[in-house]
Design a protein around this ligand. Structure first.
Ligand SMILES: *[C@@H]1O[C@H](CO)[C@@H](O)[C@H](O)[C@H]1NC(C)=O
Length: 143
């Protein structure tokens, strides 16, 4: 093997290790909970959920915002925070999950000061539910 190939393989291996996010899976047509929580020892704080990896600030493709005690914005009724917010459980519930919900999600807890935010990027995979398999026009569809 050429040394270049070895170096390239090593780089690929390393990048792969860095880009492995916590995996969460759900089933089409069912609710899915993406877990995220923080310590409320110094009080509750604002946070957002967004689609895609956590950007430098806030969330990209914002799905939901809470000021710490209640939800202040949500993109759609499907997105809910059903955990105990006052205890720092800001897990995201997506009702009626679809295959297209698969992808990266960012849970960002805002803490004052620069670079103090807690960022957690998770990878969601929505799997087809066989119970919902449907035969239509000579083709199987997963709902
Ligand atoms: C957080 O809330 C979710 C519901 O959104 C619940 O399923 C989960 O068990 C809670 N987690 C903890 C650690 O209490």
């Amino acid at each position: 093997m050429h040394p270049e190939v070895v170096v390239l393989s090593l780089i690929l291996l390393l990048t792969d290790a860095v880009v492995s996010y916590t995996q969460v899976s759900g089933v089409v047509g069912h609710p899915v909970i993406i877990p995220c929580s923080y310590s409320v020892a110094s009080g509750v704080t604002s946070m957002c959920w967004g689609q895609g990896a956590c950007p430098t600030s806030k969330c990209s493709n914002e799905l939901i915002w809470t000021d710490g005690s209640q939800v202040t914005f949500r993109k759609h009724r499907r997105y809910k925070l059903e955990g105990n917010l006052l205890q720092g459980n800001v897990s995201l519930t997506i009702e009626n999950a679809a295959k297209t919900d698969s992808g990266l999600y960012c849970c960002r807890i805002e803490h004052s000061g620069w670079f103090n935010d807690m960022k957690l990027t998770l990878s969601l995979e929505i799997k087809p539910g066989n119970m919902y398999k449907m035969y239509m026009k000579h083709k199987w569809f997963y709902m």
